[in-house]
Design a protein around this ligand. Sequence first.
Ligand SMILES: Nc1ncnc2c1ncn2[C@@H]1O[C@H](COP(=O)(O)OP(=O)(O)OP(=O)(O)O)[C@@H](O)[C@H]1O
Length: 283
Amino acid sequence: MHEDYISISHISKKYDKDLVLKDVNAVLHKGEILGFLGPSGAGKTTTIKILTGQLMPTSGEAKVLGIDCCRIDERIYEQIGIVSDSSGVYERMSVYDNLKYFARLLNVPLKNIDPLLKRIGLYEHKKKPAAKLSRGQTQRLILARALLHKPKVLFLDEPTSGLDPSTALEIHRILKELKDDGMAIFLTTHNMEEATKLCDHVALLNEGVIVEYGTPEEICLKYNRIKKYRVQLTDGSRHVLLHGADTTGRITSWMNEDRIETLHTCEPTLETVFLEVTGRELQ
Ligand SMILES: Nc1ncnc2c1ncn2[C@@H]1O[C@H](COP(=O)(O)OP(=O)(O)OP(=O)(O)O)[C@@H](O)[C@H]1O
């Protein structure tokens, strides 16, 4: 049996007259990553704020670890971690002292800090003032702070936004390890590659509406109606061919003549699905 760590049921949210979330439903189980994927203004941060008790929904119900989000109090903060842009670090304090400060607040033994710094790749920088960290290192420190008390559920708002590809990959590796340890991770992103690689389920969110929900593979397969092949021949020419009898004939004759350099099928990606469903780009 899957344990529901987050359940979102018919959530809507209005800011004044603007309906920015419309009948949103989703579920996140222990040991899974759920991604809310959508362009700027789609309602991703609003969803996180509702789930973490920072905002009330206008209607609907959401539960985190069985607790109704409208009734969240400090006790839930012992079991969840939040990483968002607004997570401040104390710039003049060292990496270690930042974590020491929060460890004391959260009643976490100080001996947990070094292993966490090693896991997150900040151990060599533990004495550095936070002000001297790179953007990627600062992001790791914010993540370390959110992990200090070993939460069951981790919320990440655009965890790799603005990071270079190798730092982003490092954060992905850490998130996969946390998931394998049983943590449930709710992340928002507008990076479809990140969502495809990391998430067990994704919700494609457009103007507050979930337009597709499922595993990245399920969603892409659903839109794999028009099959295409991309062929490069030994003479350097490139061809994109639609599936059909003509194409099969052409490809077979190129193969018989040993003229094919590369041959690929062109499956849809979350990016092309989003474009097809909404007419909008994700970025
Ligand atoms: N406090 C607020 N008052 C009024 N409108 C708001 C408020 N906060 C957000 N909004 C609006 O709600 C909509 C959803 O915003 P939200 O921040 O949830 O989007 P997002 O998907 O997280 O975008 P981004 O990727 O840019 O962070 C936007 O149209 C935004 O302008």
